[in-house]
Design a protein around this ligand. Structure first.
Ligand code: THU
Length: 133
């Protein structure tokens, strides 16, 4: 993946991040997920007055993609104020669709701080294979 492609995906996530609904944490998160077919789905965190009903940006992006018929992912960029890492729940949801998905983490300025994979973020993952799928 070319550096300029990475930056473009980070910039998309950062633009989406402006649409985050995060009045409680004030920690807006944006994600941009590129499928193997080249389609891009963005996501933002959507908080709720009933706090546990909050949904993370990464999962919004994954669920948008799956609901549009895309289940094979190449790379996801995640932008936060400070380059925060995906939570455990989002790692598990990403793992469902492939351990080799690349994960780009960037800060509010769009600086790429870390490039990793779902496999690295969630070692020994529980996957569909464990259920015989
Ligand atoms: N958040 C995400 O959107 N993705 C993550 O992986 C970590 C946390 C959101 C949830 C909540 O709205 C805010 O960040 C603070 O936890």
């Amino acid at each position: 993946m070319l550096l300029k492609e990475k930056q473009a995906l980070i910039d998309l996530a950062n633009t989406a991040r402006q649409r985050a609904y995060a009045p409680y944490s004030n920690y807006p998160v944006g994600a941009a997920l590129r499928t193997k077919t080249g389609r891009i789905f963005t996501g933002v965190n959507v908080e709720n007055a009933a706090y546990p009903q909050t949904m993370c940006a990464e999962r919004v992006a994954v669920f948008k993609a799956v609901s549009e018929g895309e289940k094979e992912f190449e790379v996801i960029s995640v932008v936060t104020n400070n380059g925060g890492f995906p939570c455990g729940g989002c790692r598990q949801v990403l793992a469902e669709f492939g351990l080799d998905t690349i994960v780009l983490l960037a800060d509010r300025n769009g600086n790429l701080l870390k490039e990793t994979t779902v496999k690295e973020l969630l070692p020994e993952a529980f996957t569909p294979e464990h259920l015989g799928k």
